[in-house]
Design a protein around this ligand. Structure first.
Ligand SMILES: *[C@@H]1O[C@H](CO)[C@@H](O)[C@H](O)[C@H]1NC(C)=O
Ligand SMILES: *[C@@H]1O[C@H](CO)[C@@H](O)[C@H](O)[C@H]1NC(C)=O
Length: 234
């Protein structure tokens, strides 16, 4: 075998390896949401809207397994025929979802069935496995606690540097820095500064649900340099 052939073979092997590693790396995407201020309306949510949510962690926005094709940046919306059997979801997962999977108003209404239809059903996972993995992933990271460690609290008055919040989160996410998304860009009356409310962010996870880097750069509504994390209204 001449040298050129060996080189070609080596590269071929490497490329295949490289591709399969890339697929394994980004296995899941989980989105955390702070469900206080709506994205599309001026509604402020209260305890009545989410009776089981306790604010002990950020809520669960969505969760989807990744594929090597499509479905990046926007969750893959899958239109495969599906059946949904609520009793397939394990009881403890159901109780957990009741608490942390908040259902928004008509602008953002989602049920467990929608989660399964949109994000779960197209991948080779059983219904109970999909919800179980979702709960496991969400439980792994306590976002509220991670922020508290750096003296960041939901509060009406305090304005935080976006970078400061990202740094606090990265401690909990093995050094990964999530891209934050905000809503309601406005001028703060008191300070005269322009701020937004922290709304949600995504975390990319590998097969073992460890945070991983993504090569995807997705464009959403980014946060400005100054943000607030609004507290719940009672
Ligand atoms: C729903 O799932 C439960 C638990 O696995 C099973 O016993 C039941 O037969 C299923 N119902 C239907 C309509 O498939
Ligand atoms: C799911 O499994 C089927 C049959 O084993 C396979 O053909 C298909 O490619 C798999 N789909 C995904 C997204 O892995």
């Amino acid at each position: 075998m001449n040298q050129q052939k060996i080189l070609v073979l080596l590269c071929f092997a490497f490329c295949i390896l490289h591709t399969s590693q890339a697929n394994q790396k980004d296995a899941y995407v989980i989105s955390y949401v702070w469900p206080v201020y709506a994205s599309f309306s001026d509604k402020l949510y209260t305890r009545q809207d989410f009776p089981f949510f306790d604010g002990e962690n950020f809520a669960l926005n969505y969760f989807y397994p990744m594929t090597s094709f499509g479905g990046l940046c926007t969750p893959m919306f899958c239109n495969k025929p599906f059946s949904f059997n609520a009793t397939e979801i394990k009881e403890h997962d159901k109780i957990y979802l009741e608490k942390y999977f908040v259902r928004f108003d008509q602008y953002n209404f989602q049920t467990s069935q929608d989660l399964w239809r949109k994000y779960g059903n197209c991948f080779n996972q059983t219904e109970s496995n999909y919800f179980e993995t979702m709960v496991k992933a969400h439980k792994k990271f306590n976002i509220v606690h991670a922020l508290q460690q750096k003296n960041i609290y939901p509060c009406e008055e305090t304005i935080y540097d976006t970078q400061q919040v990202v740094e606090a989160l990265s401690q909990a996410l093995n050094g990964q820095k999530p891209e934050l998304y905000c809503s309601n860009f406005h001028k703060d009356e008191k300070s005269g500064e322009f701020v937004s409310y922290l709304r949600h962010f995504e975390v990319y996870l590998d097969k073992n649900l460890n945070p991983t880097q993504t090569s995807q750069l997705c464009l959403y509504e980014y946060c400005p340099q100054k943000i607030k994390i609004p507290p719940f209204k009672y």
